[in-house]
Design a protein. Structure first.
Length: 197
């Protein structure tokens, strides 16, 4: 596969970096949609998969390239799966990672440690073009639990409060290679790469 260009339906620098690291030797170059002056799609789906398809279709249509989109978030069992699809805007539209983290910690401050189970979900979609009737859909899940205070400087989003039992540290304390091999996004992307045409 000689360098295949795919647009990533995201302007999240953390996601762009993570996905390019994961695709390093695949011959695929992932370009952020901002490079094509594409604004974020309106995510009005009710599930991760609906939102991922909305984003991929939007980016493919406006760029003329195949598109990858992911919709991901964290599900906390004690909150019936919230923040879920609203993870990026849990503290309100345009909220920062820090504000979302603060709200999550406040919501579960009285929940005992053994009831703080959570998981990151990632639904990743590849569309050959905007009208693609059979997008490739892959799902990755990463089980863990929510810490009481943030730990670590790496990663983004909820990484500082997501405790990874098999590593005995937060996601934000992992180096990039370890995180990519374990994470929800890493798992979904590995499935996707194996299925790309």
């Amino acid at each position: 596969m000689s360098n295949k260009r795919i647009v990533l339906a995201s302007n999240n620098a953390g996601k762009v970096r993570e996905i390019n690291q994961l695709l390093e030797n695949s011959g695929i170059e992932v370009l952020p949609q901002a490079q094509f002056d594409i604004e974020d799609a309106i995510e009005d789906g009710l599930t991760f998969v609906e939102n991922a398809i909305i984003k991929a279709r939007h980016a493919a249509k406006l760029s003329g390239l195949p598109a990858i989109a992911d919709d991901s978030g964290i599900e906390v069992d004690a909150l019936n799966g919230a923040p879920g699809i609203y993870s990026a805007r849990y503290a309100g539209e345009g909220s920062s990672d820090e504000e979302n983290l603060r709200k999550l910690l406040m919501e579960i401050q009285n929940i005992p440690e053994e009831q703080r189970s959570a998981r990151f979900q990632c639904l990743m979609v590849y569309m050959r073009h905007a009208e693609d009737p059979t997008p490739i859909i892959c799902q990755g899940t990463w089980e863990g639990r929510i810490l009481t205070t943030p730990q670590g400087e790496n990663g983004f989003g909820y990484d500082p409060v997501f405790f990874v039992p098999e590593q005995q540290c937060s996601s934000a304390e992992l180096d990039a290679a370890t995180k990519n091999s374990l994470s929800h996004r890493g798992k979904a992307l590995q499935q996707l790469v194996s299925q790309l045409p």
